[in-house]
Design a protein around this ligand. Structure first.
Ligand code: SAM
Length: 305
């Protein structure tokens, strides 16, 4: 109404609108916090359950080169200390079982356990891995129930950031045997700037559609992870910070993102999959922002002292 009468006031009105939405968003977030409604494990589970059947072609293949480099840090069987050849390995957030299958093949005599919170991802993993056992649940909670000094190796590819990485590293330190190793690759909090910029803009545009409060768990930096490892009695044998491109197709970017897992959980907080107006706004911001479409990650190998 205002801008029809005074076109020159439109920018101010837009700014006021933004300010109002910002206040509304903060209020909305606060009310979710007070009710204990947080983005959490159940949301990630639903997100990954939904896309499990397509995960390998839509996502795993893009990250495979980095995942493979991580797996190269595992010793060949003939370099493995004799006493560990019949030991135990844990794969946290094993997903559809790509890394678990690698472990089965490389270490035929070791006992391998995959952990994941999505039953559907685990169903895919079971098709691929014949002799591993799988546990369904949240990784930090499952680790907490495990006895001390049980495992020789723990690995985790692209999953630790969904849990509290500090807690997960601490628990890994407890369940690993002395000289046992923890190998992981994890996204940092500033990963995929284009996606999370568009996401934040969409939250601010539609505060009334936000269903939960968010507190991103992803670790902040390589330095923070290194400190956490050292504090939990790990010697850091390898630490790499890197970026890998995740360019989406020219069109249908949101539909593609929803199939990859990048927005798993976050799509429960905003109706990106169900509401055309929210989806269109998100996609327009994504195209407009021109920020990098890159995973920013850390790969690390720690030896329990
Ligand atoms: C990006 S996928 C990675 C899967 C697999 N490691 C790979 O490299 O292809 C993340 C996986 O972590 C699982 N996940 C997410 N949060 C988790 C948690 N807190 N505990 C256990 N698994 C979790 C998801 O269900 C999903 O299968």
């Amino acid at each position: 109404m205002l801008h029809r009468l005074r076109p020159d006031l439109k920018p101010a009105a837009t700014t006021m609108g933004k300010l109002f939405n910002c206040l509304k968003l903060n209020w909305r977030m606060l009310s979710h916090v007070l009710r204990g409604r947080w983005l959490g494990a159940a949301d990630y589970e639903q997100g990954y359950d939904r896309l499990a059947g397509e995960y390998n072609t839509n996502w795993l293949d893009r990250l495979r080169p980095v995942t493979d480099r991580m797996l190269e840090l595992l010793p060949e069987v003939d370099q493995f200390p004799e006493e560990r050849l019949r030991g135990k390995i844990l794969d946290l957030g094993c997903g559809t079982g790509y890394t678990t299958a690698f472990l089965e093949k490389r270490y035929p005599a070791m006992e391998i356990t995959g952990v994941d919170l999505s039953q559907r991802m685990l169903r895919e993993a079971r098709k691929l891995c014949r002799r591993s056992r799988f546990l369904h649940g949240e990784m930090a909670a499952i680790l907490r129930e495990m006895p001390e000094m049980e495992y020789d190796w723990i690995i985790s590819a692209w999953a630790m950031g969904y849990s509290c990485s500090t807690r997960v590293i601490r628990e890994c330190g407890r369940v690993l045997k002395p000289e046992g190793k923890l190998l992981f690759v994890v996204n940092l909090r500033d990963t995929l700037p284009a996606v999370f910029y568009a996401y934040r803009r969409t939250l601010a545009q539609f505060p009334h559609r936000v269903t939960k409060a968010l507190h991103p768990e992803f670790p902040v930096s390589a330095a923070e992870l290194e400190k956490t490892l050292r504090r939990n009695d790990f010697a850091v044998e390898f630490l790499e910070e890197g970026a890998v491109s995740a360019r989406p197709p020219e069109s249908g970017q949101l539909a593609w993102l929803l199939k990859t897992g990048i927005l798993a959980g976050f799509d429960q907080v905003l109706p990106l999959a169900d509401d055309p107006e929210t989806a269109a706004f998100f996609e327009a911001e994504l195209i407009r922002c021109k920020l990098p479409f890159e995973h920013h990650y850390v790969m690390a190998l720690g030896r329990k002292k």
